[in-house]
Design a protein. Structure first.
Length: 143
């Protein structure tokens, strides 16, 4: 069986803490796979907010997610407070990739609970078409 393998960047430019909510818990009594997408969405919103951007206005363009990949490493539970680190890489004329490292504390150590990658595309929502990435956006996101 083929498995997704995500290769994380060596450094991350942003990190935020997010508490696991009761709504993130599934019938297995741990965070559901759908909740991980919601958690990285929240982290992504905070990532862009540091630049006074939103996904609808990133320097004059919107963003749309065109793909997502997740690797689950460790269970997360209600009450955990996780650290989500984000880095933008692989820039093109129209988009870039965001990598996410989700960590939790266990026995005093940070351990990776999940990793993810989303492909982000610059998008003109008014015209419903792909847009060029503004240079100002790229300048803020490049390490």
């Amino acid at each position: 069986m083929s498995r997704i393998k995500i290769k994380l960047p060596e450094t991350f430019s942003f990190s935020t803490n997010i508490p696991i909510r009761i709504g993130d818990i599934n019938y297995g009594n741990h965070v559901g796979n759908d909740a991980v997408l919601s958690i990285i969405h929240e982290a992504r919103m905070q990532f862009f907010f540091q630049y006074s951007y939103t996904e609808l206005d990133c320097g004059g363009v919107g963003l749309i997610m065109y793909d997502a990949a997740l690797e689950f490493k460790k269970e997360l539970f209600y009450g955990d407070v996780i650290s989500v680190s984000i880095q933008a890489v692989n820039f093109t004329l129209n988009g870039f990739d965001l990598y996410y490292k989700i960590e939790k504390k266990e026995n005093g150590k940070s351990i990776i609970a999940a990793i993810a990658k989303t492909g982000m595309l610059c998008f003109d929502y008014a015209l419903k078409k792909i847009a060029l990435m503004p240079e100002a956006l790229k300048e803020k996101l490049v390490l």
